[in-house]
Design a protein around this ligand. Structure first.
Ligand code: ATP
Ligand code: MG
Length: 424
């Protein structure tokens, strides 16, 4: 779908941002009709928001495919035995789904009945490793990488920042499998480069940040942090060479010399949009994922795991690209390239331009509403934030032209109706 008429769109923009939201991304995305809050930390993506999410997903998929990631789709329901094998059943971030027996409930009718307990997946190392163990035997089967874009569930205590921290959220999770630590680190660099490309294409400057490894990694892990006061993380960063460490490491104080270039470091708030973990052999050992090397020795496979939050990425884009009037989408992820507004009842001319734009493959959101004032239409265009606004009115038609304005600029100009498509 490359076109949409606002008169037909079932969602509506809101006059005011929702009062129960504090984060800018939540306010603007709900006010613009991109998302709907069903519960705290639980959101629906509406037509405009789903288009943005799909654009982001396509950017992510393209870069994952470029580094030979093989796309799969795993279940959200993860049986207890998998999480027990890794010792993560007890991690209390997951939502547990228990059987009627276990609940000892008197409720007779329930849509969900299970013979054993499950957790709604909050990450998928266990699931993928159990799958891979069925297929991998020899060093000839390695290396490879596989990923999915799928819904994760986490019982986040602080789910109040819109799409930045959901209790249900979409994640791209990539897992890689190697014969050695050296081979893993080689692929790790490729993922790092792919991540920079993804965030750049989303018009976000990301900082590669050394982070704590939790308890199961080989060495340091790395996060991609975007500087923003809305972020829940704090990083120590050298503004000269951009070396950065998560403050949770507790290794640097403000003013300390950067370990790389010696300049003093400063502390900044930031959002973690992605991270990459060398996992080592922990999961391979738990799920009996061994391979036979050249010499015929059995060895555990060395793994890496790499995440990007799709909704968090979308929220971060909004947090960094907005003004008092609304969102300013980067062209790469915008719901539509163009928002077309018709004034003075010039609908015949508007319809014609709409048809021509579509025919030229330009994605256009057409404000053909009869019941809105010019002010309301302009306000909605600014709120929704498509990169280009076109206006057809009595005045522009007098010059056989259309008014063009970029969302992030204040100046507008008239362009001949003959030239507008070429220009776009
Ligand atoms: P955080 O420290 O912010 O909770 P995390 O370390 O738990 O993140 P991972 O488990 O590694 O994150 O998940 C990979 C990616 O998924 C993160 O980099 C982030 O982009 C995204 N993500 C994690 N938790 C959430 C959430 N609750 N809502 C939205 N996105 C999330
Ligand atoms: Mg977390």
């Amino acid at each position: 779908m490359h076109r949409l008429k606002l008169s037909k769109l079932f969602t509506k923009t809101l006059r005011e941002p929702p009062r129960d939201e504090v984060a800018v991304n939540a306010k603007l995305l709900e006010q613009g009709g991109f998302i709907f809050k069903n519960s705290a930390g639980v959101y629906s993506f509406l037509p405009l928001g789903w288009r943005v999410a799909q654009n982001i997903i396509n950017i992510v998929k393209k870069e994952m495919n470029q580094i030979d990631g093989q796309e799969v789709f795993m279940p959200a329901l993860i049986e207890k035995k998998f999480m027990e094998a890794s010792g993560r059943w007890e991690v209390d971030i997951g939502f547990k789904v228990v059987s009627q027996n276990e609940l000892n409930s008197k409720v007779q009718d329930s849509s969900f009945k299970f013979q054993d307990s499950f957790v709604l997946g909050w990450t998928h190392e266990e699931v993928i490793t159990a799958i891979v163990a069925k297929y991998i035997n020899s060093y000839r089967d390695l290396p490879f990488a596989t990923y999915q874009i799928q819904t994760k569930f986490r019982n986040e205590p602080r789910a109040k920042s819109g799409l930045l921290r959901g209790r249900e959220f979409m994640m791209k999770d990539l897992y890689s499998f190697h014969v050695s630590e050296e081979d893993l680190l080689n692929y790790y660099q490729k993922v790092k480069d792919a991540y920079f490309k993804i965030f750049n294409r989303c018009d976000l400057k990301s900082i590669y940040t050394v982070a704590a490894g939790g308890d199961f990694t080989l060495s340091d892990t790395h996060e991609f942090q975007v500087l923003s006061d809305v972020g829940e993380d704090t990083i120590a960063i050298c503004l000269k060479c951009e070396y950065a460490e998560n403050s949770e490491l507790n290794r640097l104080k403000a003013g300390d010399a950067c370990p790389k270039c010696g300049e003093p470091v400063t502390f900044k708030k930031s959002v973690e949009v992605g991270n990459i973990f060398p996992l080592g052999t922990k999961y391979a050992e738990a799920f009996n994922l061994y391979f036979t090397d050249h010499a015929g020795n059995k060895k555990p496979v060395v793994m890496g795991s790499y995440g990007i939050g799709i909704g968090r990425l979308m929220a971060t884009i909004v947090e960094l690209h907005n003004d008092q009037k609304g969102i300013i989408w980067p062209e790469s992820v915008a719901p539509f390239r163009v928002q077309l507004i018709v004034l003075d009842d010039k609908f015949d001319e508007g319809n014609k331009l709409y048809t021509n734009l579509q025919a030229s493959g330009i994605e256009v959101l057409y404000d053909d509403r009869h019941d809105k004032t010019a002010g309301e239409r302009f306000a909605d265009a600014d709120l929704i934030g498509c990169p280009v606004r076109l206006v057809v009115s009595e005045k522009t038609l007098k010059y056989d032209s259309v008014e063009i304005k970029k969302r992030q600029e204040s100046k507008n100009e008239l362009v001949g109706l003959q030239n507008i498509i070429g220009m776009l």
